[in-house]
Design a protein around this ligand. Sequence first.
Ligand SMILES: NC(=O)c1ccc[n+]([C@@H]2O[C@H](COP(=O)([O-])OP(=O)(O)OC[C@H]3O[C@@H](n4cnc5c(N)ncnc54)[C@H](OP(=O)(O)O)[C@@H]3O)[C@@H](O)[C@H]2O)c1
Length: 245
Amino acid sequence: MRRLLILGGTAEARALAAALAADPGLEVTSSLAGRTAEPRRPAGRTRTGGFGGAAGLDAWLRAERIDVLVDATHPFAQEISRSAAEAAASRGIPLLALRRPGWTAGPGDRWSWAATVAEAATRLPALGTRPLLTIGRQELAAFAAVDLPVVARTVESPAPPLPPRCRLLLSRGPFTLDGERALLREHRIDVLVTKDSGGPATAPKLTAARESALPVLIVRRPAPPPGVPAVATPAAAIAWLRAHG
Ligand SMILES: NC(=O)c1ccc[n+]([C@@H]2O[C@H](COP(=O)([O-])OP(=O)(O)OC[C@H]3O[C@@H](n4cnc5c(N)ncnc54)[C@H](OP(=O)(O)O)[C@@H]3O)[C@@H](O)[C@H]2O)c1
């Protein structure tokens, strides 16, 4: 029986764990960072919390006799992806990245791109006066000097510092188009700042912004670790696992 570790925390990771749960040839463990108090739990065995960097992950993979690793973490989760690449290389086990595609602009979109969250914070005041920030809670501090009536939507409460006039909306997707339209209207949002997370769960805000001709400032994804094969869907990950069996 092969032993698979899925580095999770995303909808794709959960879909993969669910699809493989009944596979008699695989023993699957999903790993969660432990960042959210009530995470959506994947099917099957799970473990929670950091490993202690690449060396810690290496030791864990050895102790658990893991044969194959799938990094299905969020496209902006850079540290764990780096650890996965290092630990898989040092253990000599195959590693696949499962990463949903980023978003692409369509007709009517008024998108511009920032290389980092810090750059987005610097450029924001030139684009609007009533921003909606959907960049997660971990990097909200980059906007601490933005003195605008900011609406920040996060899953859980961010730690300070926050923008001086920040209204927090705690909620977790998926979001609906009607809901996103209402949100933009209620707070009179005139610019949206987000990350290129991709996926359908949080895409309706982009449609709502397009409908209202709002500018959208999107933070580009960090470069993935070099040399790691990547697929875009759980089905493609399963095909890869079968091919690398
Ligand atoms: N960044 C985002 O925008 C975002 C959005 C939605 C969900 N998430 C999910 O939230 C988790 C944390 O994201 P992050 O941005 O903090 O990542 P990160 O910066 O790459 O990770 C920071 C540290 O958290 C631990 N960690 C992260 N993911 C882990 C996992 N799946 N299992 C065990 N430990 C993990 C690792 O600690 P050690 O070094 O001690 O091993 C890692 O070095 C990820 O699983 C990611 O998929 C992130």
